[in-house]
Design a protein around this ligand. Structure first.
Ligand SMILES: NC(=O)c1ccc[n+]([C@@H]2O[C@H](COP(=O)([O-])OP(=O)(O)OC[C@H]3O[C@@H](n4cnc5c(N)ncnc54)[C@H](O)[C@@H]3O)[C@@H](O)[C@H]2O)c1
Length: 321
């Protein structure tokens, strides 16, 4: 049995990861400051004696004993990470320093949840791990993108200077149950608008593309990456290469929910990447991993989740999730 720390464990991805690691027979410590996470995401795990929760802000050092660390703490959607850009950078950079310091002291293996956003508005397509990216350092997304880029640099420096065993995952758009209801991400936005019978808002003309992976595929990839040989550090892309136009996604959600909602168009926000698609050759080779869940199956599970939230929770509770 390993003792595993998951920072950001009460968030969307973190809560699924905690669940998976427990199911594999580990002891899991979930650390979170509940900025965007919620106790509701982990409430079903609280009865498990191998699960522990710490309310803590990762910008401050943490002293516990661990075998492995998954560093996920960081708001992930633009509305949340732009709410306090300075805090977002601190979370990425100081969070990396604090978790890497802990990994160094406890000789733990540590995995960083990096992001496809480090590629910015990419000039090559699809993106492989060799690509250096195209980020506007002064733009509204920079607090997130540059914080995550600096975190990757810190991970590599701790590995090279202090022999810390690191893994870097570059995560592409992920969706599924427990995404936040009100964070402006495209899949949750469209589903919630469709279920409420409201207009479905597309920013831009809807011809820009995205690829979406279902949460179970990502969690599987993260665990496989952690289990690779010590000399493999990544970075490695984890995403679903199947690409959709945003218009197609909206139409699929309209069909699967059976809504009468109409699509409306609004201007594209500044620095929004036009295209994003992972090249996952490296993950296939090193992790023997590729996404297994198709869009219809994943979207149906996500729609069921949001239907439950909208039906059973009172609107105030739902908005706080
Ligand atoms: N969801 C995606 O599509 C996606 C894509 C690329 C990368 N990622 C990365 O994966 C990680 C998890 O993303 P998510 O989608 O689950 O987002 P999320 O917002 O649901 O989860 C982030 C969690 O971190 C916690 N947190 C934030 N700041 C903290 C701090 N200072 N101290 C302690 N806890 C803090 C939040 O409360 C939340 O529980 C993030 O690092 C994100 O950058 C996510």
């Amino acid at each position: 049995m390993k003792r595993i720390l998951v920072t950001g464990g009460a968030g969307f991805i973190g809560s699924h990861l905690c669940e998976k690691l427990l199911s594999l027979g580990n002891e899991v410590i979930c650390l979170d400051n509940y900025f965007t996470g919620s106790k509701m995401n982990i409430i079903h795990l609280l009865g498990n004696r191998y699960f522990e929760v710490i309310r803590h802000d990762i910008t401050m050092p943490v002293y516990i004993e661990t075998d492995e660390i998954y560093n996920l703490a960081c708001p992930a959607s633009p509305v949340h990470y732009q709410y306090n850009g300075i805090k977002t950078i601190k979370t990425s950079v100081m969070g990396a320093i604090n978790t890497l310091g802990l990994a160094k002291r406890t000789k733990s293996k540590i995995l960083q949840a990096s992001t496809s956003e480090i590629y910015g508005d990419p000039q090559i397509h699809p993106q492989n791990e060799e690509y250096w990216g195209n980020v506007n350092v002064l733009g509204p997304r920079a607090c997130y993108d540059e914080g995550k880029r600096c975190a990757e640099t810190l991970f590599m420096n701790y590995h090279q200077q202090n022999k810390v065993k690191i893994k870097i995952a570059r995560i592409f758009n992920t969706y599924g149950p427990r995404m936040s209801l009100n964070d402006g991400r495209v899949v949750s936005n469209f589903i919630v608008q469709a279920l409420k019978g409201e207009d479905i808002t597309i920013f831009g003309d809807g011809t820009h593309t995205r690829s979406f992976q279902f949460i179970d595929d990502l969690v599987d990839g993260l665990v496989k990456l952690m289990d690779t040989k010590d000399d493999f550090t990544g970075p490695v892309n984890l995403g679903n290469p199947q690409e959709f136009e945003i218009n197609e996604l909206a139409e699929m959600i309209i069909k699967l929910t059976g809504t009468k909602s109409k699509i409306i168009y609004k201007p594209l926000p500044q620095d929004d990447p036009k295209q994003r698609q992972p090249d996952i050759s490296l993950a296939r080779e090193k992790l023997d991993w590729e996404p297994a869940v198709g869009p219809e199956e994943g979207l149906l599970k996500t729609i069921e989740y949001f239907r439950g939230i909208l039906l059973h929770a009172n609107p105030d509770d739902a908005a706080k999730r």
